[in-house]
Unconditional design. Structure first.
Length: 86
């Protein structure tokens, strides 16, 4: 049986799937410009997590942690890739 809740891989994908920065900003009580910055940075700030969870029941704290961890993993350079040229 498949999981009925959407699975967002990135903060940017979450924002897009929920209608874009203006729509998310309206639901979480933030300014659209702030949510555009979140999308640009591909990060959902921890101080906004309570509002995000309240506004979007399909987004849990565990899911937010997974998205944050995945971003940190993507942003961490591979130790063997530094100085290597293709």
């Amino acid at each position: 049986m498949s999981d009925p809740a959407p699975h967002f891989e990135t903060a940017s994908q979450f924002i897009d799937e929920k209608g874009g920065p203006a729509a998310v900003a309206s639901k979480v009580g933030r300014k659209p410009g702030a949510v555009r910055v979140w999308k640009h940075r591909d990060a959902l700030p921890r101080d906004a997590w309570p509002e995000i969870v309240d506004a979007y029941p399909d987004m849990t704290l565990d899911r937010l942690k997974e998205i944050e961890q995945a971003r940190q993993t993507r942003d961490t350079p591979h130790p063997h890739s530094e100085g290597v040229r293709a």
